[in-house]
Design a protein. Structure first.
Length: 95
């Protein structure tokens, strides 16, 4: 029983990283940048992140991975800054 309590306490205190790979070409979506497609009032990436909001205190960092080409074409870095203000995140650019 004591070991279960230690494991439970450690899991409560753990923080997790979330990774969103966004470097795909979007061939199934007419080669549009899927993360920014609007679904109702929110973008696809905002909706994908939404379930994690209730666990925000357990998130260490969110990583968004996309290409330099996508950043230049869709202004991804600036759009993410507006969408995820107040969230600890980092962008990882692929050549």
């Amino acid at each position: 029983m004591y070991l279960k309590q230690i494991i439970y306490i450690n899991l409560i205190n753990m923080k997790f990283n979330i990774i969103f790979p966004m470097a795909g070409k979007g061939s199934r979506f007419g080669y549009k940048f899927k993360p920014f497609l609007k679904i109702s009032d929110l973008s696809f990436i905002q909706l994908a992140f939404q379930p994690f909001l209730k666990h925000k205190k357990y998130i260490n960092k969110v990583y968004f991975i996309f290409t330099v080409e996508q950043d230049e074409e869709y202004d991804v870095s600036n759009n993410l800054k507006n969408m995820f203000n107040g969230i600890n995140y980092e962008v990882l650019l692929l050549d």
